[in-house]
Ligand binder design. Structure first.
Ligand code: SF4
Ligand code: SF4
Length: 424
């Protein structure tokens, strides 16, 4: 928060921190403390708060910073008020007051949104800032309950998860096929590396780098034999019953295996295990969940790790929505990158809570290719403007999205685990 003076003030009850910048205008930004608030209720719970939306349009652009740059991929592609948060709030008012009824087209508006929450960061009404992401989710649940959701492609991957324990339709027995033969796991370790489906089947380099990092740090770990989808893809598309089933069976497995700590390299899995399981499904598992860059940044800070190798590269960091806006992890990956000698980190104009979404989340990539590609294109162009030679992120889905959408541009893409492995 460069140039901003931090004070704690009026919104203490909502665990908000207000920032004051020039001109005497107050600005609200999310912090990790926001995430202690009970969340994930049904739409009825939020009905009265939604009425506070003044349809001012502030949620369309970055509030005050970077020349009020646009933040909402859904609205910028849709070019119609209904696709922005303010318009969606009006639709919710219509649906909850009985003035509107669910239709296929109405459901598509709620699904054609990556649930990136960039809009909520800009809204200056505290309750909307805090809860709007929750009612966008609740509307998907409502659409499913009324038979208008999820989208066809999202139903398909739910079926794959049912049959094969992953959304890609891959065979379960191949889930750990990437595992390097020279590395030994401790099959009785209480620490599990939760790989997730995308690193297991699509972005194996992340999984390989992560186990090599753990191995070189002499950390006893294991990958659970029956690891299965964390449930994030079905949760994010409103298929809550399915997501709950997965959460319950995963937590039972963790308990049976006596797991006390889980490291994950996936932003979606991290949020599912750490936030959705206890807060939405009330599964108070008591297991410590830690994201890889968070784990490494703690070691760097307490002096138990020092990187040995230089990486001479100019990179820009893309904040994955699931660990950034959804979970408040902005500093940790940057701490990791800043500790690598030779590596220069340059920021894109829209960064941290203002970051533009890569367009892979919220079920958008499977169901709305146009929105997904539009979003990725804009983020790649923004990265190119920094003159960085690589985009770095901390999420297998972001990595896969950038790899797919970078065409002939002179920029490469890495997951942070790959750089950590090189630097150690
Ligand atoms: S959600 Fe907030 S910023 Fe957006 S239109 Fe409503 S009051 Fe304005
Ligand atoms: S969550 Fe993201 S895509 Fe959806 S309305 Fe908000 S800013 Fe737009």
């Amino acid at each position: 928060m460069d140039g901003l003076k931090e004070i704690e003030g009026e919104n203490i009850m909502m665990k908000k921190v207000r920032y004051i910048k020039g001109l005497g205008i107050e600005k609200i930004a999310s912090t990790q403390e926001d995430h202690v608030i009970d969340r994930h209720q049904g739409i009825e719970h939020y009905k009265d708060i939604i009425y506070q939306c003044g349809k001012c349009g502030t949620c369309r652009t970055v509030f005050q910073d970077v020349n009020w740059a646009r933040v909402c991929p859904s609205g910028e592609l849709g070019k119609f008020e209904a696709y922005y948060l303010g318009g969606k709030n009006l639709l919710i008012w219509g649906l909850t007051s009985g003035k509107l009824k669910w239709t296929d087209n109405l459901a598509k508006i709620f699904y054609k949104c990556s649930l990136c929450l960039a809009c909520t960061q800009q809204c200056q009404i505290p309750e909307l800032h805090t809860y709007a992401g929750e009612w966008l989710m609740a509307m998907r649940e409502d659409a499913v309950q009324n038979g208008f959701g999820p989208m066809l492609e999202q139903k398909q991957y739910a079926q794959y998860i049912d049959d094969l324990h992953n959304p890609y339709g891959e065979q379960h027995e191949n889930r750990r096929a990437w595992f390097p033969s020279e590395i030994t796991q401790n099959t009785s370790s209480k620490l599990a590396y939760f790989v997730g489906c995308t690193a297991s089947y699509r972005e194996n380099d992340i999984a390989v780098s992560t186990v090599k990092i753990l191995n070189s740090l002499n950390i006893d770990f294991r990958i659970l034999e029956n690891e299965s989808c964390c449930g994030s893809p079905v949760f994010m598309t409103g298929q809550t019953d399915k997501a709950k089933e997965l959460a319950v069976s995963n937590v039972e497995m963790f308990k049976d295996e006596k797991i006390e700590k889980i490291i994950t390299s996936c932003a979606g899995c991290y949020r599912a295990l750490k936030e959705i399981y206890p807060k939405k499904f009330e599964l108070k598992h008591g297991i410590e969940i830690i994201h890889l860059p968070e784990f490494i940044s703690i070691k760097l800070k307490n002096g138990s790790l020092k990187f040995n190798n230089n990486i001479n590269m100019k990179v820009t960091y893309h904040d994955p929505c699931h660990i950034g806006r959804h979970m408040g992890l902005y500093k940790e990956p940057r701490t990791v990158l800043e500790n690598i000698s030779g590596l220069e980190l340059v920021e894109m104009d829209r960064n941290m809570h203002n970051a533009w979404c890569c367009g892979s989340g919220g079920g958008v990539r499977s169901a709305f290719k146009d929105l997904s590609e539009f979003s990725a294109r804009e983020r790649i162009d923004e990265a190119l403007e920094t003159n960085a030679t690589a985009i770095v992120s901390s999420c297998p889905f972001c990595l896969n999205q950038f790899k797919t959408n970078i065409k002939n541009e002179e920029i490469s893409v890495y997951d942070i685990s790959q750089l950590i492995e090189k630097a150690i």
